[in-house]
Ligand binder design. Structure first.
Ligand code: UFG
Length: 342
């Protein structure tokens, strides 16, 4: 395996930061670009401590074409892992244009700079949300047509189409689209983790904040789904497994000819909201009081990945259990009850 110089966009964010640690451990040379719109600069020092290296960081928004062009003109990258983007489903309904402009333009700006400067490998953060509302479970990569029920999700669908079209005419570009299921957990050191701003939208950070005493009770959205305990089921994947999946995908596309690869990164099984609550109480030893309330608009009852393509081609597997996901989330939450310092 050859060593690569990798630009990680959104490298200060939740999944990006964990992937940076794995890339360095695999011997790659990492450069971060992040707007810090949704990440704290203090994460960088934590990453340098974890990796034992200096990490070059460029603080700008990739929608700025000139700055992106200048970065590629001054540094030579073999690959880009593109995490940067807006990601809150509910917010995307309120400010759709911001989502379309930010997520699409940052990708366009990267693609132009990559083409101009001979950078031919791109790993893109897609989402299980592209399977839409009627795909059969477990979700398989070949399912079509892609669709999504929020502006956020539609940016992922659109970018997948853009990447397919561009890779189709660019002789050298190779693309990996990674469809994430529900990333949770934190680095086992407890020094980096998910740091949502304001009230968490997602289940695991909300549960962790209840356990640590920052919020009083969890609202469980829907208790009448057609599932074993009536609460919705998702395919939770430890962020460390997810990060390892990025390194495996990058190395795979570097050494194979296929132009476009799509891989589900999930564990292949569903876990209900109440099972997450029970696992978290066990891992933390803290109570997580909850109320079952109405369903959240747009939520599906149950879905999970068919991860067999990634298992077979990448030799990758989501190994960590829901108990480990909760234990690692708890270690991070307890050590950093208010997230990263300013
Ligand atoms: N949930 C609660 N209470 C909460 C938060 C969540 O009961 O306070 C429930 C949700 O209703 C859902 C489950 O916990 O059943 C998981 O919810 P998350 O918000 O953690 O995750 P989602 O599955 O809704 O969202 C994920 C990704 C998005 C993606 C979306 C749609 O985070 O990026 O799936 O596929 F767009």
């Amino acid at each position: 395996m050859s060593v690569m110089r990798v630009l990680v966009s959104g490298g200060a964010g939740y999944i990006g930061s964990h992937t940076v640690v794995r890339l360095v451990a695999a011997g790659h040379d990492v450069v971060i670009v992040d707007s810090f719109a949704n990440a704290k600069p203090t994460v960088v020092g934590r990453l340098e401590a974890l990796t034992g290296t200096d990490l070059p960081v460029h603080a700008f928004d990739l929608t700025d074409k000139d700055k992106t062009e200048r970065l590629f003109a001054t540094e030579k990258f073999d690959a880009v892992i593109h995490f940067a983007g807006l990601k809150a489903v509910g917010e995307s309904v309120q400010i759709p244009l911001d989502y379309y402009v930010n997520n699409l333009e940052s990708t366009f700006s990267l693609l132009r700079a990559m083409r101009r400067h001979g950078c031919d490998l791109l790993v893109f953060s897609s989402s299980a949300t592209v399977y839409g509302e009627v795909a059969p479970v477990p979700y398989q990569e070949d399912y079509e047509p892609l669709s999504a029920s929020s502006p956020y999700g539609r940016t992922k669908v659109m970018i997948e189409h853009v990447l397919r079209d561009v890779a189709g005419i660019d002789e050298r570009l190779k693309v990996a689209m990674l469809r994430y299921f529900n990333p949770v957990g934190a680095h086992p050191s407890g020094t980096i983790g998910e740091d949502p701003q304001g009230i968490p939208n997602n289940l695991m950070p909300f549960v962790a904040q209840v356990a640590v005493g920052r919020r009083e009770r969890l609202q469980v959205f829907g208790g009448d789904y057609p599932t074993a305990d009536g609460t919705a089921e998702r395919d939770y994947i430890h962020v460390e497994d997810l990060a390892a999946g990025h390194v495996a995908a990058l190395q795979w596309i570097a050494s194979h000819d296929r132009k476009v690869s799509t891989w589900n990164l999930g564990g292949g099984r569903g876990t209900s909201v109440l099972q997450v609550v029970a696992a978290f109480e066990k891992a933390s030893g803290m109570p997580v009081p909850y109320d079952i309330v109405g369903r959240r608009e747009g939520d599906l009852a149950a879905y999970w990945a068919d991860p067999s393509r990634a298992n077979a081609e990448l030799g990758w597997r989501a190994e960590r259990t829901i108990d480990e996901m909760c234990a690692d989330t708890w270690r991070w939450q307890r050590a950093n009850p208010d997230g990263y310092p300013d």
